[in-house]
Design a protein around this ligand. Structure first.
Ligand code: NDP
Length: 319
């Protein structure tokens, strides 16, 4: 495993990390989570991503219980969580980054995770109804109280991120240090274009999500929807159209010969491709079963096979 600085921050994250969206609480109970996290940790993964909204808080409880059972030294791993959608359908608790919600949010997450602090807290989406200044102050205070160590944004526009950084600089507050954007062969615009100056001028980090576009890039959907896969789960019907999109499936099919030639799987190729981007701090992978962790972690061996010629051939399909 290689480790990359999280933007300009002193901490380093493993190039591949592990998240809990959809899986923990829906497909994986505590036993399965222990197995998945233990396998990832053995490959050198040091960053585990979560959010209060995942499985309505259950993903945090499961990760917390798994961490307790695994008994790792706290200094050896990083945990993140995120706030925005909330857990309760109430005017001040839903789709917001107001101060009250963020402070109540972190207290709830720490309880569910059974941790004294999390390493990174993210604003899971921008909230156009709360002044950015209020959110920046709340994140700063949470860090000052020792409940989190760093903070970041997820799917904010470049302009919103710059506004947050400038407010923090003006008041000498803790600045956001990293984005959490989607990044995979199908979703590139934001990371490659919109955020270009954030990486260059501000040294902003990037912990990217859905390297397999929810499993589509593994090739598993070329023959329809396998039983038990994400696209088959009740409640995830909204994902099905983008996963079963004929043009997208065509592109995945066209990628197969390149993977075969390199002696790797489609999943490994798609994950390795993300790692070729030097602005990415860590690629957050997802796994519903431990076998997927073993397969995906071996993407690290594929990165060096992605020569300029191979990258150009991939570009010809997806560019
Ligand atoms: P992926 O796009 O890599 O999808 C992971 C899913 O694909 C797995 O759960 C599994 O689903 C399937 N899969 C994984 N590996 C393989 C394999 N080798 N072969 C076949 N199928 C495979 O990542 P996620 O969408 O899960 O995102 C990763 C993490 O990013 C999340 O856990 C979360 O922490 C974070 N995230 C953040 C978001 C944000 O807004 N900030 C949004 C979304 C995710 P199955 O077995 O069920 O088919």
């Amino acid at each position: 495993m290689n480790y990359r600085h999280l933007g300009r921050a002193g901490i380093r994250v493993s190039e591949l990390s592990l998240g809990s969206w959809v899986t923990f609480g829906n497909q994986a109970d505590v036993d399965r989570a222990v197995e998945i996290m233990a396998a990832a940790y053995e490959y050198g993964v040091n960053f585990f991503d979560n959010a209060e909204v995942y499985a309505g808080g259950r993903a945090e409880e499961i990760m917390g219980e798994a961490l307790k059972r695994l008994g790792w030294r706290r200094g050896s791993y990083l945990v993140s969580t995120k706030f925005y959608w909330g857990l309760y359908d109430n005017v001040n608790e839903r789709n917001t980054l107001n101060r009250k919600r963020l402070i109540e949010g972190i207290n709830g997450s720490l309880k569910r995770l059974g941790l004294e602090y999390v390493d990174i807290i993210f604003c899971h989406r921008p909230d156009p109804t709360t002044p950015i200044e209020e959110t920046v102050w709340a994140m700063h205070n949470i860090i000052e109280w020792g409940k989190a160590l760093y903070w970041g944004t997820s799917e904010w526009s470049a302009a919103e991120i710059v506004a947050a950084i400038e407010i923090a600089e003006r008041h000498h507050l803790h600045k956001p240090i990293t984005e959490q954007p989607q990044y995979n062969l199908f979703e590139r615009q934001r990371v490659e274009k919109e955020y270009a100056r954030l990486f260059k001028d501000y040294g902003y980090g990037a912990t990217t999500w859905s390297p397999l576009a929810s499993g589509l890039l593994s090739g598993k959907y070329l023959q329809g929807i396998p039983e038990g896969s994400r696209a088959s789960l009740p409640g995830y019907e909204w994902l099905r159209d983008s996963i079963l999109h004929p043009q997208r499936l065509e592109k995945v099919r066209a990628l197969q010969p390149i993977a075969t030639e390199l002696g790797c799987t489609l999943s490994q190729l798609a994950i390795a491709w993300c790692l070729k981007n030097p602005n990415i701090s860590t690629v957050i992978t997802g796994a519903s079963r431990v076998e997927q962790v073993h397969e995906n972690m071996r993407a690290l061996e594929v990165v060096e096979k992605l020569t300029p010629d191979v990258m150009q051939r991939i570009e010809a399909i997806f560019g």
